[in-house]
Design a protein. Structure first.
Lengths: 178, 159
């Protein structure tokens, strides 16, 4: 608990300052401050009732989905199936974009083609399952489906362009040096 | 919301019957993620609440609404390319923006650039791919985001 406060000390200080700002807004009848507080409380109540559900789903997903099965197929390099495996692998990840780079490096070392590396990056950025559950929750199924369906051909095209442009000279580093 | 709660409850129950230990560790993961997210989310949500209080709805409508056209896309694209907001915070934020008049196509450009384009993380990306590949990828991704937004805008009304 102590380390939790320590880790989030800046956020806690900001939250505290926000509270003071809202308090003074009410005392001096500062309209923008009062409106902010109302907007904020609307959204935070929604978040707090909604988020635990999604996190429970993500937690269940984390303990039940066997990642090893997919990792076994990573060497495969040709044909449509390799694209499917790349996309599936990417969908099971979580985290920010720069978290995908070390995985891409590992894929490259295993002999994955340039095209498939960028398909992985593309799918990682737009189709991660935990993110999709968030997206559906906050923006609706229609938005999420449409965006995902539109994104898929687009990142495959990007991957093909990258393959054409850099295919021969492509190389990766482990990100630690230089 | 009710559907989500029902689905979660059923899955949780099924999971618990099959393997109680795994289910408890799933709940532990969920709690940890929630507690990690909360402190990050409060300042961001308040910031958005403040901006929304500051800007009259008509202004938001004009620059990022249904008929904002390319202006909305460029504003959203620039914001998404620079911002470093984790998805877990970005989606709730996007939800608030939509409620306040920002159009879905504009949101799709923001989300796509946020996920695919990273100007501030370019120095990290370059360490793996080198400058040339990284910059090309980012430029292509930005164009892709605008294309996705345009397609969204065309399709949204019909679906």
């Amino acid at each position: 608990m102590k380390s939790y406060f320590k880790k989030n000390k800046y956020e806690i200080i900001i939250t505290f300052l926000m509270g003071i700002f809202v308090l003074f807004s009410h005392i001096y009848d500062y309209k923008i401050g009062i409106d902010s507080a109302r907007n904020f409380s609307d959204s935070i109540i929604e978040m707090i009732s909604f988020l635990p559900l999604i996190f429970i789903l993500i937690g269940l997903f984390d303990v039940w989905i066997p990642r090893g099965v997919i990792e076994k197929h990573l060497g495969e390099n040709s044909g449509m199936m390799s694209i499917v495996w790349m996309v599936l692998l990417a969908m099971l990840q979580a985290g920010p974009l720069y978290g995908a780079f070390p995985v891409a490096y590992m894929l490259w070392k295993k002999g994955t083609s340039v095209r498939n590396i960028f398909i992985y990056i593309g799918a990682f950025t737009t189709m991660k399952l935990p993110m999709l559950s968030f997206e559906i929750g906050f923006l609706g199924l229609k938005f999420s489906l449409l965006r995902t369906i539109l994104s898929m051909p687009v990142f495959i095209i990007i991957a093909v362009i990258m393959q054409k442009k850099f295919g021969k000279s492509f190389s990766m580093n482990d990100g630690k040096n230089n | 919301m009710i559907i989500l709660a029902a689905v979660t409850a059923v899955l949780l129950l099924v999971s618990f019957i099959f393997n109680a230990a795994k289910t408890i560790s799933a709940l532990r993961i969920a709690l940890r993620m929630f507690l990690n997210l909360l402190p990050q989310m409060i300042p961001v949500l308040f910031f958005i609440a403040f901006i929304l209080a500051l800007l009259p709805p008509e202004t938001i409508e004009k620059y990022m609404g249904q008929d904002s056209g390319i202006t909305g896309f460029l504003v959203a694209g620039a914001a998404g390319s620079i911002a470093l907001i984790p998805g877990f915070v970005a989606y709730p934020m996007a939800g608030v923006l939509v409620k306040n008049g920002v159009s879905y196509p504009v949101i799709s450009v923001f989300i796509t650039t946020l996920m695919m384009v990273g100007i501030l993380t370019l120095p990290i990306e370059r360490k793996f791919f080198g400058w040339k590949v990284s910059i090309t990828r980012n430029i292509l991704s930005f164009a892709a985001a605008i294309a996705i937004g345009t397609a969204m805008a065309l399709l949204w009304r019909f679906l």
